[in-house]
Design a protein around this ligand. Structure first.
Ligand SMILES: CC(C)(COP(=O)(O)OP(=O)(O)OC[C@H]1O[C@@H](n2cnc3c(N)ncnc32)[C@H](O)[C@@H]1OP(=O)(O)O)[C@@H](O)C(=O)NCCC(=O)NCCS
Length: 187
């Protein structure tokens, strides 16, 4: 599925194999990894991890119809090929949950040099709009460590509501947030 989401400052598109170096740089940064499920890189290092991440996201899109998208700065050009050449600065997307078909999980991470400019909220807003328009889900959920203030703030700015803690999907108790489709009841 060829998907392209355009915001005022960003272009989100599927990952391609050529993104491996940029994704490796993203995951090489301990500050980026600190609150992600893969906090330790494993013995094979960022390049190997990045290759697996890209493959995994391509599989998710092919098999499940959603997944992580590459976040790139948007070029002020109408030339689609040129626009797609920007270096990846992070990812944002929706992932299927193992036990629910009525909800998907929101994911996001950006290179540290791009933090604090509202870009995570901008990317996630576009992804959530796309999700509610294109996926048969009643709600979008998100999880984060309770102490991850920036991520909690992103979720709040996106309009998600804190629903308490859960250890249902990860091996620790995380703060759970959700937003129901407009006009829906969630669940
Ligand atoms: C979480 C992350 C995506 C935020 O990206 P970002 O582009 O800086 O986010 P935004 O600028 O859109 O919004 C961040 C908000 O959090 C606030 N914030 C930043 N650090 C904070 C902290 N320690 N405590 C509380 N709020 C904080 C910012 O002030 C901003 O809110 P404001 O606009 O009301 O001022 C980014 O830090 C990141 O990629 N982290 C590493 C990966 C990660 O942890 N992903 C989430 C896993 S659950």
């Amino acid at each position: 599925m060829e998907i392209e989401l355009v915001t005022s400052r960003l272009l989100l598109r599927p990952f391609v194999d050529g993104d491996q170096a940029a994704v490796a740089d993203l995951f090489a940064d301990e500050a980026v990894r600190r609150h992600l499920a893969m906090a330790s890189m494993g013995p094979k290092g960022p390049a190997h991890f990045a290759a697996g991440f890209i493959r995994g996201s391509q599989d998710e899109w092919r098999e499940g119809g959603c997944g992580a998208l590459a976040v790139t700065p948007r070029r002020a050009t109408k030339d689609t090929a040129a626009r797609g050449e920007e270096r990846v600065i992070g990812y944002c997307g929706l992932r299927l949950l193992p036990d629910r078909i009525s909800a998907v999980e929101l994911l996001y991470a950006l290179e540290q040099t791009h933090w604090g400019r509202g870009l995570a909220v901008e990317a996630a807003n576009a992804v959530m709009d796309w999700g509610f328009a294109n996926l048969p889900v009643r709600e979008i959920v998100a999880f984060t460590r309770p102490e991850h203030g920036a991520s909690r703030r992103v979720m709040e700015k996106l309009g998600l509501t804190h629903r308490g803690g859960t250890d249902r999907y990860y091996s620790e108790t995380l703060a759970a947030y959700s937003l129901a489709r407009a006009g829906g009841t969630g669940g």
